[in-house]
Design a protein around this ligand. Structure first.
Ligand code: HEC
Length: 115
């Protein structure tokens, strides 16, 4: 089931991917930035803070392998979505995208608030 969903996601991203952007929401709806922040800070789900830092004063240990997530402010919504979906291209953790499309949209919505 998960493999099927992942294959679907890949097919979807190939279909809607214009250059390095995925302009359309993967769920057809806007994500929830509050849930997105929780996902990014979550050590079991997003794992983002393993490599990235960001505006999370409550999190003591943050990664310095990757740019501070506030740098995503210069990207468009579609570019942020693409970075998260196609993590093989955006970061070295190939095949590690274990987020649902809804979770991806929540994270995109959160990163858009960091402007
Ligand atoms: C294994 C380490 C690692 C993990 C885990 C990781 N990233 Fe990254 N990420 C990177 C690296 C390294 C880059 C820079 C790659 C590049 O510029 O090509 C990057 C780039 C990005 C960028 C583009 C930043 C910019 O300014 O261009 C975004 C957005 C991003 N990651 C979001 C996330 C989110 C959200 C998560 C969690 C769901 C996450 N990353 C998890 C390593 C990671």
């Amino acid at each position: 089931m998960r493999a099927l969903a992942f294959g679907l996601l890949l097919a979807l991203s190939a279909a809607v991917c214009a250059n390095d952007e995925i302009p359309a929401s993967l769920t057809g709806a806007k994500g929830d930035p509050v849930r997105g922040r929780a996902l990014v800070a979550n050590r079991q789900v997003g794992l983002c803070l393993l490599c990235h830092s960001g505006p999370f004063p409550e999190e003591r240990f943050q990664g310095d392998l990757a740019p501070d997530l506030r740098s995503a402010a210069r990207l468009t919504e579609g570019q942020i979505r693409q970075r998260i979906v196609d993590s093989g291209k955006a970061n070295p953790y190939q095949g590690k995208t274990i987020l649902s499309t809804e979770q991806i949209e929540d994270i995109v919505a959160y990163l858009r608030t960091l402007k």
